[in-house]
Ligand binder design. Structure first.
Ligand code: UD1
Length: 423
């Protein structure tokens, strides 16, 4: 297993192209199962999570081929309905194949998920939604099996606007008989991207991107060519990296309209942001100012940028409070930041961050995708060389993160772990 060595103190400068959104690409890949034929998805990030989803599709019988960042999925031979534990364990999002499989075959079997280390992540809302649509579930030997001889439309009101539940129910509903209404639906741009591809495939969907989505089921879908929306979380991560180094970056293809609150918060912290036709630029000349923030479902501040923002606030002038409302234990990485000299105290879902003048490099671990990115960001501003282990988490979500940062002037390199048995 590799580790990253990050030398602090270099300003980031230059332009970086933002890749397609991981959280969209994974669902678009699953949606390809609805049609029989060759789906092309462009702008797919070449990251471990997308490779895992490709393996899931192959396991179900699809043929998957990469050509640079274009993915071709041929589902002509896809007859499988079972997703094994080894794949769901690697990536929890594998469970989004449930919806399309139920719609296409009336049956699906998935192992119960493991996944990111950010608190117990349940799937009860997915299952409640499916049950309303006529699916009966049984659970045996670690596998959940759903059977729906007559998958039908239903009124599905989610207790919480879960991204995964909205997507899973949406992908089942497009192929169910009759009308489905999803109330309290998640509104993330990735859901709008999924709905757009489903509509191109022949689905009838109104209201994606609002809290109420109405779907009229249909029975035939055509394979299409679709381009993945740019990754707002990757854009936010590079923006924060620019800020912590007092640098200036142009984020090509980043969509400011998907980053409203993030750009507001960075602006409050002292960043100068310019929205341009082909992306946006972010610069910060002074030490950041402290800002408070609260994570919420979209359009609130994204939980997936909370750890990176915490790293920035760790060196801010003043004290900030960050409240995490989406996941119950997404502060585990705080101990790692404190090992680098940060002064952060957590109490339940609140973190109080007293900005310090300087972080100090230390050996730390990447605990999940975004916490790993936060460690890299902290390392960029620390005194000395920060050694980050378990970086496979970072590779799950960011394509060539270290190489792209190095091209922007960062002192960062990848080396094999010194202690592979312990990594
Ligand atoms: C997706 C994103 C993830 C992001 C999250 C929130 C993907 C692959 N991942 O994850 O990066 O951090 O949205 O923006 O797209 N919950 C339940 N029951 C359920 C489903 C969810 O209690 O059935 C809870 C979860 O435990 C969590 C909260 O709802 O506390 C949000 O989860 P959800 O929006 O479903 O996130 P994911 O789709 O898993």
């Amino acid at each position: 297993m590799d580790r990253l060595l990050v030398g602090g103190g270099r300003r980031l400068q230059g332009a970086v192209r933002i890749m397609g959104a991981k959280n969209s690409a994974l669902k678009l890949m699953a949606a390809s199962l609805l049609a029989e034929g060759r789906t092309e998805i462009e702008n797919v990030p070449r990251i471990v999570d997308c490779f895992t989803m490709a393996e899931v599709l192959q396991h179900l019988g699809a043929e998957v081929a990469w050509d640079d960042s274009t993915l071709t999925i041929d589902t002509a031979g896809a007859r499988g309905i079972e997703t094994p534990y080894e794949l769901v364990r690697k990536m929890r999002a594998s469970i989004v194949v449930l919806g399309p499989l139920l719609a296409r075959f009336g049956r699906a079997k998935v192992a119960m998920p493991g996944g990111c280390n950010i608190g117990s992540r349940k799937i009860d809302l997915h299952l409640k939604g499916f049950e309303r649509m006529g699916v009966r579930f049984s659970y045996e030997h670690g596998y959940l099996e759903g059977v729906a001889p007559n998958l039908h439309g239903a009124f599905v009101s989610l207790d919480f606007p879960s991204v995964g539940a909205t997507e899973n129910v949406l992908m089942a509903a497009v192929g169910a008989s009759g009308t489905t209404v999803i109330e309290n639906a998640a509104r993330e741009p990735e859901i709008q991207d999924l709905a757009q591809m489903l509509v191109e495939m022949g689905a009838k969907i109104e209201g994606a991107g609002t809290t109420s989505i109405e779907i009229e089921g249909t029975s035939s879908f055509q394979a299409v060519c679709h381009r993945v929306v740019p990754d707002r979380i990757e854009a936010g991560t590079f923006a924060i990296a620019a800020c912590i180094t007092g640098g200036e970056l142009f984020l090509e293809d980043a969509r400011a309209d998907h980053l409203d609150l993030v750009l507001d918060k960075l602006g409050e912290a002292g960043a100068v942001i310019r929205v341009e036709e082909r992306g946006l630029s972010v610069a910060m000349a002074e030490r950041p100012l402290s800002v408070d923030l609260v994570t919420l479902p979209y359009p609130g501040f994204p939980t997936d940028l909370q750890p990176q923002m915490m790293a920035l606030m760790a060196i801010a002038r003043g004290t900030s409070i960050i409240t995490e409302n989406v996941f119950e234990s997404r502060f585990m990485f705080v101990d790692e930041l404190n090992r680098m000299g940060a002064d952060i105290r957590t109490e339940g879902h609140h973190a109080v961050i007293r900005g310090v003048d300087q972080l100090s490099a230390a050996p730390v671990r990447a605990l999940d995708i975004r916490a790993g990115a936060a460690m890299v960001i902290a390392g960029l501003a620390a005194d000395g060389v920060t050694e980050i282990s378990n970086i496979y988490h970072v590779d799950r979500g960011y394509e060539g993160f270290d190489g792209r940062l190095a091209a922007l002037g960062a002192d960062i390199r990848r080396e094999p772990s010194l202690w592979p048995a312990l990594a």
